[in-house]
Design a protein around this ligand. Structure first.
Ligand code: ADP
Ligand code: MG
Length: 706
């Protein structure tokens, strides 16, 4: 009997060559194989007589091979296999191009099924490149006469090859354990796992495909929600320090601000402090549009925590951002921090060895209370003295794994007998529609800042067509002469490689995208020779990057060309113009983030979207950016237009495509959520659901690996 763990290379009837080819596709076990779902189906279910064949219609015929010829066209050196097929209604020729082996496989006077299309291009109609297999018992049919699964193919292995391996394995496979409780399957009309697996690969009709897909989307959302809600309940059982922060202490700090907090900033701040005053760990997400003023809120929370003699770790995705946070802390609260003797330090991988060592020692001794840094904060040799609060900025930039790592390293350092966990706060400037946020981050409480500080002028956003490019450059010249600064965003650094998006997108998508290299040449030499033009991207060394950002901040660089690296958090109020080259290459939410880098000062800001795409969808997307009132509204549009993957990035969730699709299905999400709550209410530790408990453990491991 074959089970999920069986390695394909150990299956007797499977040729080692095919096993090796599958391995190259990342498929080495039976489990990998059966969970590699088809990405579409070819509909060959229309089984008819030869006489009924109509041109260009998919159909299956069943007949006897009467004659086989192998021909070579003399001009194009193409080999054609030609077979004459006969049934009781008539005869037809089938032609295969450049597949000479088919001539050897087919046997004269034997019966076969053929599926494909009748082509009427030639002198007489013929069946073109049909899929074929012997007319055998129905249960063994896999390439013809039905809905035929098509898998994403890679060199050397075809869908035919996968079907060939898969079908016998499915019939020998040991029964899989169902982990979704019976009552939930039936109340949601979801097929159990064994039938769903067979339906998704070899459906009898379209209804079976739908129902199988529903099962697997449901399953993923179900596990995700269960995991989240369970984590939340588990967290409530954990211990953390109640910091006992008084309202008067909060107000004291608010009074030191050079501006008045917005209503939602104030509400969020009090929600956060409310959590810090509980004796179980905070687990909260602070969401707010770019520029909505999240940093100042977490600065206050950090200082209040430090004043209770607890340490705060603030982790940012880039060094530039970590530096900027440090500067914000110093700018607004510098004197206060000195006066109160609250040590603030920065730890990034760009630091010199000696400085790193010194900072680490001060963290261990507790001399530094607020530690700002990048990934370097998650290191084995970094031990905090008494960590009370972990804050992660732009959390969508970190994988779930990294978010978890900081918390976990703390857990392992914590006193075993009396585990006290730090409070945990994450921030995101990606506005995620509420329903989506509840599903994905159902383990987190949400604080949302959905307004901008008073007096901000809305950014004027324009789509600029090719013929208006030089007019746009003229406009920019004027503005720079008035003293303003400009961001120019390009999709790629150099000709060969797009920066971080590379893994996500097929290479050819980027073929024509503008590069920083080219833009720098053009802008510095031809368009703006009278201004100082600079560039920055992820491949530049970090101290060099810092110097460039400093020069830009001090207006020594007037026009800065960058990749979407500047997406995250940069705060330069005098930069009031942003050009986005190849804007069709960016997602809406990403464009929104990028644009949030401007519109931060007293001067009117302008965002010019350059696009070479003439496609209507691309234009309607860009128009949505122009019209949207806030990031949350735009995220809803993005969710509809491009799906959750676009808003979240793939790293964020580690979910398979099917589940990502399902995330936009609000009805499904709601029914899953209800089911989950019903189970956990009855049985919080899943003691009566051993299969489900195992599956959840496996699921956690899986999302941590992504
Ligand atoms: P983000 O939410 O994108 O992290 P920041 O915290 O960087 O936004 O804030 C953007 C700018 O707005 C900063 O210069 C900050 O000092 C300023 N700011 C924050 N809150 C307010 C407020 N309530 N009124 C005026 N300016 C504010
Ligand atoms: Mg920020």
């Amino acid at each position: 009997m074959i089970n999920l763990q069986t390695e394909l290379k150990n299956i007797e009837d499977l040729s080692p060559t095919i096993a090796l080819k599958l391995k190259r596709l990342g498929i080495s076990s039976v489990k990998d194989l059966i969970f590699n779902f088809p990405n579409r189906y070819e509909d060959f279910s229309n089984t008819i007589k030869i006489a009924q064949l109509k041109p260009n219609e998919l159909a299956t015929i069943s007949g006897e091979v009467k004659k086989i010829d192998i021909k070579r066209t003399w001009k194009r050196k193409m080999i054609i296999v030609e077979a004459l097929i006969v049934d009781d209604s008539g005869a037809i020729k089938a032609l295969w191009f450049n597949q000479p082996y088919i001539g050897k496989i087919l046997k004269i006077d034997s019966f076969y099924n053929f599926s494909g299309k009748l082509s009427s291009g030639g002198k007489e109609p013929y069946f073109s490149n049909p899929s074929y297999e012997p007319s055998i018992s129905k249960s063994e049919i896999k390439h013809t006469a039905g809905l035929i699964p098509i898998y994403s193919e890679t060199r050397g292995l075809t869908s035919r090859g996968i079907r060939y391996v898969l079908k016998p394995i499915l019939s020998d496979l040991e029964e899989l354990k169902e982990f979704i409780p019976e009552e939930i399957l039936s109340s949601n009309k979801i097929p159990e796992i064994n039938s769903a697996i067979r339906k998704i690969h070899f459906p009898k009709n379209k209804g079976e495909i739908e129902i199988a897909k529903k099962r697997f989307s449901f399953e993923n959302i179900f596990l995700l929600e269960l995991n989240n809600i369970k984590t939340k309940l588990d967290m409530e059982r954990e211990k953390a320090h109640n910091l006992g922060i008084e309202d008067s202490e909060i107000e004291h700090l608010i009074k030191k601000l050079p501006f008045e907090l917005t209503k939602t900033q104030t509400r969020s701040l009090y929600e956060i402090i409310g959590d810090l005053n509980k004796n179980h760990p905070m687990n909260r997400l602070l969401e707010g549009d770019v520029g909505s003023g999240k940093t100042i809120i977490i600065a206050i929370a950090a200082i209040l925590t430090a004043q209770k003699s607890k340490q705060v770790a603030l982790m940012a995705p880039t060094e530039v951002l970590a530096m900027q946070h440090l500067n914000t802390f110093k700018k607004v609260f510098g004197t206060y921090l000195k006066q109160e003797k609250i040590g603030v330090g920065i730890l990034t991988s760009g630091l010199k060895q000696k400085d790193k060592k010194e900072i680490k020692e001060k963290i261990i001794s507790g001399e530094i209370k607020i530690i700002i840094g990048t990934h370097s904060l998650i290191q084995k040799d970094l031990i905090f003295n008494d960590l009370g609060l972990i804050i992660i900025d732009e959390q969508h930039r970190f994988g779930i794994e990294q978010r978890g790592a900081l918390v976990k390293s703390e857990i392992s350092h914590a006193n075993e007998t009396n585990k006290i966990l730090p409070h945990f706060l994450s921030m995101s400037a990606t506005p995620i529609p509420r329903t989506l946020a509840l599903t994905l981050f159902g383990d987190l409480e949400l604080s949302i800042i959905d307004e901008l500080p008073k007096g901000r002028k809305p950014i004027i956003t324009k789509l600029v067509s090719g013929e208006n490019r030089s007019k746009a450059y003229g406009f920019i010249k004027e503005k720079v002469k008035e003293g303003r600064q400009v961001f120019v965003v390009c999709p790629r650094i150099e000709k060969s490689k797009p920066e971080e998006e590379k893994e996500k997108s097929p290479e050819n998508k980027w073929k024509d995208a503008k590069t920083i290299e080219e833009e720098y040449e053009k802008l510095s030499k031809n368009i703006f020779p009278e201004f100082s033009v600079g560039f920055i991207h992820g491949k530049i060394k970090s101290d060099e990057k810092e110097r460039i950002m400093k020069d830009f901040k001090e207006n020594k660089i007037q026009i800065l060309i960058a990749t979407s690296l500047i997406e995250v958090g940069i705060d330069i109020p005098n930069a009031t113009i942003m050009i986005i080259e190849g804007s069709e290459y960016f997602g809406l939410s990403q464009l929104y983030q990028l644009r949030g880098r401007i519109g931060r000062g007293e001067h009117q800001s302008f965002c010019l979207l350059f696009s070479d795409s003439k496609s209507a969808t691309s234009n309607s997307r860009l128009n949505a950016l122009i019209k949207a009132k806030n990031g949350f509204e735009l995220a809803e549009i993005d969710l509809k237009l491009r799906g959750p993957g676009e808003i979240l990035g793939d790293k964020q969730t580690g979910l398979p495509d099917l589940a990502m699709e399902a995330l936009s299905d609000i009805k499904l999400i709601k029914s899953v959520r209800d089911s989950v709550i019903k189970i956990l209410k009855k049985d919080r530790d899943l003691e009566n659901y051993p299969n489900l408990r195992n599956k959840i453990n496996e699921f956690q491991k899986q999302i941590h690996l992504e």
